[in-house]
Design a protein around this ligand. Structure first.
Ligand code: 5GP
Length: 198
């Protein structure tokens, strides 16, 4: 059986990754989701085990040293990591998995699993990014400033990704991510045994 794709999307905070990925999931409801572990405190309305498992730094470091976390990164004073078991299991079973990771996270998965496809989501401009972060209203001015400064460094790393999508228009960005996934599934190398059907 072919392994499922590991589609990892990165991009500066406020680019709209969450919104784009939620729409892509509506189109591919069979897509698997990886629930990350984080040392960040839950935001209002964030329940344990939905988007994240919330852990202390000590608990996080324990999971890391026991190999339970397959990649991790530090982002604006917190740690974020992908649990190994569920991701490997889903992909081995042929289930495609869609992830929203930092740049280092996407690149680490690409190194580790040949079935990884990396997509960099770009904001149309820095002004849009700042406006989106402020409108979201979930972070303080200090954190927004840190996220914006991080965003400038991040955009320089887009060239290490397989694909780049500008999130200017939501539907258009969703269509592009879906097209990338469809095309990747059609790669000859991912269709073992096709000769038998010809
Ligand atoms: P937030 O605090 O806004 O939920 O997430 C901050 C950043 O952490 C986002 O850019 C998100 O992509 C990234 N992130 C979430 N989970 C993981 C993870 O498991 N590994 C890595 N490397 N990044 C993650």
């Amino acid at each position: 059986m072919e392994k499922g794709l590991i589609v990892s999307v990165s991009g500066p905070s406020g680019t709209g990754k969450g919104t784009v990925l939620a729409k892509v999931r509506e189109i591919f409801p069979e897509c698997g989701q990886s629930v990350s572990v984080t040392t960040r405190s839950p935001r209002e309305g964030e329940a344990e085990g939905v988007a994240y498992f919330f852990r202390t730094k000590e608990q996080f470091m324990e999971m890391l040293s026991s190999g339970e976390i397959i990649e991790y990164d530090s982002y604006v004073d917190n740690l974020y990591g992908t649990p190994a078991g569920p991701l490997v299991e889903m992909s081995e079973k042929g289930t495609d998995v869609l992830l929203d990771l930092t740049i280092a996270g996407s690149l680490a998965l690409k190194e580790r699993f040949e079935q990884t496809v990396t997509i960099f989501l770009l904001p149309p401009s820095f002004e849009t990014l700042e406006k989106r972060l402020r409108e979201r209203g979930t972070e303080s001015d200090d954190i927004i400033a840190k996220r914006l400064s991080e965003a400038r460094n991040e955009v320089l790393k887009a060239k290490q990704f397989d694909y780049v999508v500008v999130n200017d228009d939501l539907d258009e960005a969703v269509r592009k991510v879906v097209s990338i996934m469809e095309a990747e599934k059609c790669r000859y190398a991912r269709n073992n045994g096709i000769e038998g059907r010809i």
